[in-house]
Design a protein around this ligand. Structure first.
Ligand code: HEM
Ligand SMILES: [Cu+2]
Length: 547
């Protein structure tokens, strides 16, 4: 018998509405992966506003030489909380949220493998975020930077409770991430629809799957380090205190053995999103499925062998530095392969410039720039010259914003119709895109120059040296433009949720299974599904119907 779309029953129970009180209780106690996914996304958006506000305050302070709007203490707390928030409370929850929502749908499953673990993962993530930010009210936020180098993070240098909140908050969100990763692995292994071998996984699922192993290996390292820091601070141990026999370098090893894989943890799901978006809007099959999937594994393995490139200036010695420099440059190869695959997918395709696709294209350009400055950093003498300058700040933001954040935007514009049953406005989307793109490059491009001219990072003000004032001013104007772009985006979301054009099942004509469920999907996504034969199941079913 040929499988047919019409064969597939769609259980018609809709998600409960937030409008009734019962609805609210239902959401807060939900174990449904779609409701949890949506709450992850709101969490990410909420903390993006918090982290964005912190960034704007910093940029205001830095807008001109020798301003004194915020003192140095407040500034230290702001850059620490900003970086920590963006990494752990914005990018992680948003990516995990998208995966929580879409991974089961894309493999034709009705739920995650462990629905209650799924709920726990969300709620401890929120609890951790709350704890971290509670520090503001409890005597002062952490102030030793998002990587909290010891001994700066120890009691005798940072005596507010901020770093205790940092340790506990991140331990708790870390447990959430580990729970989510475990769930993704087991769900992918056990709950795929018939016919979907590992070689036919949608690339987003594939990359989340590989990524989950990274999370499972990396986060326990961070949590171990954080527990030791907490014990140092609260119980008077001295793991990281050189003055009494500990090792400050040990903290750096713990942190970066987690921290370097973490930057890939934030990149890989984004690569997955881009690998879904580009073929759909180019009307072409993805070029090189095998190399795209295989290079992911290569990146994941390599990412654990390069952490000491964050420590070139720490005095590990030339043999160690050379080893880690070589490893770091190697990782450019599988990443470059991916970029070639994405471009080859668009080549000769009928490219449709939806907002989602525009963000995908901007991702390719700006992430490549971030990658190139990364390769520059891997050259030890260059690192020695520009480490701890604004060059690092430029690099970080090209990878995190030009990389991950752009893929998140691409994913939201792509999947919003599925989640909400309505389309986002493309007109507002284009405003969001162009303003954000321009603002982003204005903010961070010239910071490469500032770094090369020697402006150190994490300073609350700077002297009026040639170019410093004007370049910093451009940077602040760019940041304000991003702020306006975000307001447009948020308006677009709220407006479209209520008044957007109704979306049908598959508004983009995509081929993966999530587009087979109704928009929004009902509480039990599919019921029974016919087996799939390739990684483009909907296309196969379409053709079967014609024959
Ligand atoms: C409106 C957008 C943003 C602006 C204007 C902005 C601005 C800044 C500034 C001024 C710093 C402090 C640099 C320093 O003195 O050390 C900083 C640091 C940082 N930002 Fe952003 N940022 C933005 C968005 C983001 C996003 C979306 C992320 C996501 C990961 C992010 C991650 C970081 C990190 C990790 C640091 C390092 C913090 C540290 O110094 O330890 N930023 N950002
Ligand atoms: Cu690294």
């Amino acid at each position: 018998m040929k499988p047919d779309r019409a064969d597939v029953p769609e259980p018609g129970v809709p998600l409960p509405s937030l409008r009734s009180t019962y609805g609210l209780v239902q959401w807060l106690s939900s174990t449904d992966h779609k409701q949890l996914g949506i709450m992850y996304l709101w969490t990410g958006l909420f903390f993006f506003l918090v982290g964005g506000l912190e960034a704007m305050l910093m940029r205001l302070q830095l807008a001109w030489p020798e301003l004194n709007l915020l003192g140095p203490e407040a500034y230290n707390q702001l850059f620490t909380m900003h970086g920590t928030t963006m990494v752990f409370l914005v990018l992680m929850p948003t990516l995990i949220g998208l995966a929580t929502y879409f991974l089961p749908l894309m493999i034709g499953a009705n739920e995650m493998a462990f629905p209650r673990l799924n709920a726990m993962s969300l709620w401890v993530t929120i609890l951790g975020g709350f704890l971290l930010n509670f520090s503001f009210l409890a005597g002062g936020a952490p102030d030793a930077g998002w990587f909290s180098y010891a001994p700066l993070s120890e009691q005798n240098y940072s005596f507010s409770n901020g770093l205790d909140y940092y340790s506990i908050g991140l331990i708790v969100t870390g447990i959430g991430s580990i729970g989510a990763a475990l769930n993704f692995v087991v769900t992918t292994v056990t709950m795929r629809v018939k016919g979907m071998g590992l070689g036919r996984l949608p690339l987003f699922v594939w990359m989340v799957f590989i990524n989950s192993f990274l999370i499972l290996a990396a986060f326990p390292l961070l949590n171990a380090g954080l527990f030791m820091l907490l014990i140092d601070r609260q119980l008077g141990a001295h793991f990281f205190l050189p003055s009494s026999g500990g090792s400050a370098l040990l903290w750096q090893h713990f942190f970066w053995a987690f921290g370097h894989p973490e930057v890939y943890i934030l990149a890989l799901p984004g690569f997955g999103i881009i690998s879904e978006v580009i073929p759909v809007f180019s009307r072409k099959k993805i070029y090189g499925y095998g190399t795209l999937a295989g290079s992911t594994v290569f990146i994941a393995l390599l990412s654990f062998g390069v952490w000491a490139h964050h420590m070139f200036a720490a005095g590990l010695g030339n043999p160690v530095n050379t080893f880690f420099a070589a490893g770091s440059m190697l990782i450019g190869i599988p990443t470059g392969i991916k970029i070639v695959n994405w471009i080859a997918t668009m080549w000769g395709g009928a490219v449709y410039f939806s907002t989602s696709m525009l963000f995908a294209l901007a991702f390719i350009v700006d992430f490549t720039l971030g990658g190139l400055s990364g390769v520059a950093f891997a050259i030890v003498p260059i690192d020695w010259r520009v480490t701890d300058t604004y060059f690092v700040v430029a690099h970080i933001h090209y990878v995190f914003l030009g990389g991950t954040l752009f893929t998140i935007f691409a994913g939201i514009y792509y999947w919003f119709p599925k989640i909400s049953g309505r389309m986002l406005s493309e007109r507002l989307g284009k405003w969001h895109f162009w303003l954000f793109l321009l603002g982003f490059n204005m903010t961070f491009l010239f910071q490469h120059l500032l770094g090369m001219m020697g402006m150190p990072r994490r300073v609350y003000t700077y002297p009026d040296l040639p170019w410093y004032g004007i370049l910093n001013f451009i940077s602040t104007v760019g940041a304000a433009m991003m702020g306006v772009a975000m307001l447009i985006f948020i308006w677009n979301i709220f407006h479209s949720l209520r008044k957007g054009v109704k979306a049908d099942k598959n508004p983009w004509g995509a081929w993966t299974l999530e587009w087979h469920a109704s928009s929004p999907p009902s509480l039990k996504n599919f019921g029974e599904l016919s087996p799939v034969r390739t990684e483009r199941a909907l296309l196969d079913w379409e053709e079967d119907k014609k024959n």
